[in-house]
Write a protein that binds this ligand. Structure first.
Ligand code: SAM
Length: 212
């Protein structure tokens, strides 16, 4: 279903600078419409964020593709995602062979997406908690992707990153953020690249924004 629409989305992603063929194949194979409300299925393959209920959104495909291309997960890599939401980004990472751990703070979304993963047969470890604290039990991670925008980079996430690992997080105010891409070069040293102009829902938590 929607194969032609997915092919068109791939062309859009290519035009916007997504060149990694493995990532593009994931966008061709993973059916985004399965992660959004049925009433919006007709809009699933436009390059837009969409509402998924509980005041939250599924990110724009380009944004998911951009973060995935930067992360470039290899089979067997251990990746932590903060902000499970619809589950789409987690499944894209899983499709690329990563072992995915994902944290969602909204209990209703956590329950709904857990059920969806069970129904679709995905083995992705989910937890309902404040992702700004990370998930210490399974650290260190080869990569950490934060899919909500925070005011700063949570120290716990920096600590839980493996040497050489990448942390990708939008940082800014509540309306717009710059993508911060950190690569761990030593116990507490990082090489940072900053890419402007993203807009995410707020990262709420101990090391995020204080209220929703
Ligand atoms: N990765 C998601 C997807 O593919 O649909 C994007 C979801 S949305 C843009 C961001 C999510 O982050 C929301 O579901 C929100 O509830 C969640 N969130 C916000 N602050 C959080 C926190 N401190 N810990 C975990 N999840 C958080």
């Amino acid at each position: 279903m929607y194969e032609k629409e997915r092919q068109e989305l791939i062309l859009t992603l290519r035009e916007k600078g997504i060149t990694n063929e493995r990532v593009l194949k994931a966008f061709l194979e993973v059916e985004r419409h399965l992660f959004i409300p049925q009433a919006l299925h007709g809009h699933a393959y436009a390059d837009n964020a969409l509402p998924i209920g509980f005041d939250q959104t599924i990110s724009q495909p380009y944004t998911v593709a951009f973060m995935t291309q930067v992360m470039n997960p290899q089979p067997g890599n251990k990746i932590l995602e903060i902000g499970t939401g619809s589950g789409y980004q987690a499944v894209i990472l899983n499709y690329l062979g990563a072992k995915v751990y994902s944290i969602e703070r909204n209990h209703n979304l956590y329950l709904r997406t857990s059920q969806l993963f069970d129904n679709l047969g995905y083995r992705i470890a989910l937890r309902c908690s404040d992702g700004t604290l990370g998930w210490d039990e399974f650290a260190p991670y080869d990569g950490i992707i934060v899919t909500a925008g925070g005011p700063e980079i949570p120290t716990n996430l920096k600590k839980q990153l493996a040497p050489g690992g990448k942390l990708i997080i939008p940082v800014g105010d509540r309306k717009s953020q710059k993508m911060h891409i950190l690569q761990k070069t030593g116990v507490d040293s990082f090489k940072t690249t900053i890419v402007p102009d993203f807009s995410f829902v707020p990262l709420i938590g101990r090391e995020g924004w204080k209220i929703g």
